[in-house]
Ligand binder design. Sequence first.
Ligand SMILES: C[S@@+](CC[C@H](N)C(=O)[O-])C[C@H]1O[C@@H](n2cnc3c(N)ncnc32)[C@H](O)[C@@H]1O
Length: 177
Amino acid sequence: MHQDIAVRAADLALSVHAAPGRVLDVGCGTGYLLRLLARRCPQATELAGIDAAPSMIEAAEQAADDRRLRFAVGTAERLPYPDDAFDLVVSTTSFDHWSDQRAGLSECARVLAPGGHLMLADQFSSLLLPTLLAGRRGKARTPRRASQLLSAAGFRDLAWHDLYALIIKAATATASQ
Ligand SMILES: C[S@@+](CC[C@H](N)C(=O)[O-])C[C@H]1O[C@@H](n2cnc3c(N)ncnc32)[C@H](O)[C@@H]1O
């Protein structure tokens, strides 16, 4: 399932930003999506992946098959990159795990160059509203709540896309000029 989502996420990300030079995957896991993007983006100079779990970064480094791939341990809430460092930021099925989604999206906006693009894929559905009553209170699990956070972080041109099954959706948005 994660590989199907990654293939669709790559298609979607490259439909909004066709030839990114510098790409970041936040919550990259084992780096599958970044390896796909590396194959499809010969012009890219840097494809960086960050994940909170050292074991994921270790696996991503072992599977890395392109010298432009770079992986680091770290969190969405405190990205260890300078301002305007990337043209495209992607994230798949990680957002729901972020302890502070507002801070994480602000960081995504900060590291994107003006006019750069975000592709954020996760479970987003009003069908998930009941789950917010239990363990995930406060998480943005609907397009409406996530849209509010994306706007507050300064993203514009927000669009929602069905990605996989009923509840995996993706937001695409542009970083403010
Ligand atoms: C379900 S996995 C998805 C991994 C990969 N993106 C994929 O689609 O296969 C969620 C990942 O998010 C990472 N993660 C959780 N909280 C995070 C945070 N605050 N910042 C960065 N990564 C985080 C986890 O360590 C895990 O690797």
